[in-house]
Each structure stands twice: as C-alpha cells, then as structure tokens.
Design a protein around this ligand. Structure first.
Ligand SMILES: Cc1cc2nc3c(=O)[nH]c(=O)nc-3n(C[C@H](O)[C@H](O)[C@H](O)COP(=O)(O)O)c2cc1C
Length: 169
C-alpha cells in the first residue's frame, strides 16, 4: 500500500478539516500519516516519498505561520525523487488578486528543490483576478474556497484524491 504524509498545521480551522477529508478519502487505498507542520523537522519531511502539503493563504498573498517558519529548512532539502501534491485554501471574492498565493509560493520552493509536483487541477469554475498558484489554465494543486464555494469541497476533494491515487507511486 502507498504511504503518504499529509503535512499541515493542526491548529488551523479550515485547512485541518480539508486535510482530514483528504485522509478519509484515501482509506483502504493508501496508508496516510498526518504530520503537524508546527513541529516538523527536515528529517521527518524526508521520511515520505509521497507527500501532500496543505496551506491557506494569509496576510494578503503570504504563507501562513508555521509554513513560513519551515521555509529555510525546505530550501536546504534535496527533494529529488519526492512526489508532492498541494492543496491550498483561499478566498477568491475577498482576496481576488492573491487567490491561493500561499499554495503557489510552496510550489515554487518545492520545485526549486527538485520535487515532482502532481495533483494539478483546472482553474475552471473559480473567479479571481490573479493567483501565484496558476499554471496556464491549471492550479498547481487543489484550490479550496470555504468562503464562497464551500458546497463544492466534498466533490473537489474526492475527484482530487482519485487523481492522486494514480499519480502517487
Ligand atoms: C487576514 C486574512 C488574510 C487573508 N489573505 C488571503 C489572501 O491573500 N488570499 C487568499 O486567497 N485568501 C486569503 N485569506 C482567506 C483564507 O485563506 C481562508 O479564509 C482560509 O480558508 C483560512 O484557512 P484556515 O482556517 O485553515 O486558516 C485571508 C484571510 C484572512 C483572515
């Protein structure tokens, strides 16, 4: 069975809910371990070949606390051979110019360290002005917007996990 680490801050509200929903969707098809980014070390991060990293966007286009504190460690890691999927939380109506930027920032760092990113999704169905998470007509991960599209969370998570089941090793 595939082993996957899901890394996010256990003290977040909405990010935690989505992380748990993702873990539930993998039940029976992968062995999932939840890891708190607030306590993570570079060694713990490197334990997994398949990783899911979750982060909301805060402070108008920035990574939230705890992820930003881990960035200096991340920038020292060799992530060649790692397959990483990202999910990001944002508010497209409230912050249309920085929608999901946090996910985009993580993607840039992880790719620079050699990780292979998977789990890209279509930007169709979202309305915003600009996003650092955008790659052409796709986001570099799963975009979740509780504020204006919360009713889509369940179906978005399930479709994404199905896709990841094929893309993870
Ligand atoms: C002060 C503040 C700043 C925010 N800035 C952004 C932003 O720049 N871009 C964005 O997409 N969402 C932004 N958001 C929305 C959050 O990312 C969104 O509410 C998310 O669901 C919060 O997740 P959490 O409860 O796990 O922290 C902001 C929210 C707050 C309260």
């Amino acid at each position: 069975m595939k082993k996957i680490g899901i890394i996010y801050s256990f003290n977040t509200q909405k990010t935690s809910k989505i992380a748990k929903r993702i873990a539930e969707a993998f039940v029976g098809s992968a062995k999932v371990e939840m890891v708190n980014v607030e306590e993570i070390t570079a060694e713990q991060f490197a334990r997994f070949d398949n990783l899911i990293c979750g982060a909301a966007t805060w402070f108008d286009g920035e990574l939230p606390n705890h992820w930003d504190e881990f960035v200096p460690d991340l920038e020292e890691l060799d992530l060649k051979g790692k397959t990483i999927a990202l999910f990001g939380l944002g508010d497209q109506k409230g912050y249309p110019e920085n929608f999901l930027d946090g996910m985009g920032i993580l993607a840039e760092i992880l790719e620079a360290q050699g990780a292979k990113l998977v789990g890209f999704t279509s930007t169709e169905g979202y309305a915003y002005e600009s996003s650092r998470a955008e790659r052409g007509d796709q986001f570099c991960g799963l975009g979740i917007d509780y504020e204006s599209q919360g009713s889509k969370n369940k179906e978005r998570v399930h479709a994404w996990v199905e896709k990841l089941s094929l893309e993870f090793k």
